[in-house]
Design a protein around this ligand. Structure first.
Ligand SMILES: [Zn+2]
Length: 323
């Protein structure tokens, strides 16, 4: 690769986009186009990582390292120059493949009554909600052919995790929800593991940009919990996709003054309530008011509504939520 080809290649992968896809977030602006944030290359406690989006360069005042997107990939993945270029090239092919897969799965939803039957049974019954959450269905055995026909190279599909190492569709008989840079697939068959993500980060809190404006936010574990609450008129709801929040999700919850209602599963083994306790403690340490919603034993918000609970009753649970 000569100098010019390398420059053109780099232009196709803006540093900021690559950083954000690896869960980096700017903490504060320095000047137009220049941002400071925590350094992803060393254990950083106060933002010392500078990103200049005008020049597409980074520099860390903590560990003294800096450079372009290729240099970042070298350091972040601990690989040599040529491997870093290869990783970036693959990554560039992943995003378009994900978008195309999402589009394909949404079309498939209309063709498979078993998918609608499952959604109905989980309380997802309005067309508006299906459109809002961009819900699709992966029947299995047909995505790879479609995407390769559209010109997506097989290595990119493998890299994205859409296709397995031996070349089969990864998602088979799964309801699919698009996330930031990932797809969550919920099996409709009891024989398969229920929850699956593609490799890579699960992203931030679900629909956070729409939710962060609310002074009171409801946090749930699963997207089907999110769906029923939204349908019941609670639009200040977000979802962490599991009880364990990643660093980015936690930072998001703490990025303003608000009350967070934790409505995790009241599972009989106590793991949901325990995780909620733990999280509420961490939130309080950051000055965020956290309240624990206690659902009837064995219920999650989804089963609460599917089992006949209504908005008024859930509202009461919020009012009774303990500090
Ligand atoms: Zn650093």
């Amino acid at each position: 690769m000569n100098r010019q080809a390398l420059d053109e290649f780099k232009q196709q992968i803006p540093l900021m986009g690559y950083l954000q896809a690896h869960d980096w977030q700017p903490a504060r602006p320095l000047s137009p186009g220049r941002w400071m944030g925590l350094c992803p290359l060393h254990g950083d406690h106060k933002p010392s990582f500078l990103v200049d989006t005008n020049k597409d360069l980074f520099y860390c005042y903590g560990c003294g390292r800096g450079g372009d997107v290729i240099r970042f990939a070298e350091l972040y993945h601990q690989v040599k120059f040529l491997q870093a270029v290869a990783l970036l090239r693959q990554w560039r092919g992943v995003e378009p493949a994900l978008h195309e897969a999402e589009r394909f799965y949404r079309i498939q939803l209309h063709r498979h009554s078993e998918a609608f039957a499952y959604l109905y049974q989980r309380g997802v019954r309005s067309w508006a909600l299906i459109e809002l959450m961009r819900i699709g269905y992966a029947p299995g055995g047909c995505l790879r052919g479609w995407l390769t026909q559209l010109g997506h190279p097989l290595p990119a599909l493998r890299q994205a995790g859409l296709v397995t190492g031996v070349g089969y569709d990864s998602y088979v008989r799964r309801i699919v929800f698009p996330l930031e840079g990932n797809l969550y697939g919920r099996s409709i068959s009891a024989a398969a593991p229920p929850h699956r993500f593609l490799p890579g980060a699960k992203g931030g809190l679900y629909a956070w940009d729409q939710v962060r404006q609310y002074p009171e936010v409801i946090l749930v574990e699963g997207l089907f919990d999110y769906a029923v609450l939204w349908e019941a008129g609670f639009h200040n709801v977000t979802c962490s996709l599991g009880t364990h929040l990643n660093a980015r999700q936690f930072r998001q919850l703490c990025d303003g003054t608000r009350t967070v209602y934790l409505a995790f599963d009241a599972d009989s083994n106590g793991s949901g309530p325990q995780a909620a306790q733990c999280l509420s403690k961490s939130l309080r340490e950051r000055g965020i008011t956290a309240r624990l919603v206690s659902l009837p034993e064995g219920h999650d918000p989804n089963s609460f509504f599917v089992g006949g609970g209504n908005a008024q009753e859930f509202h009461r649970l919020l009012q009774e939520a303990s500090l």
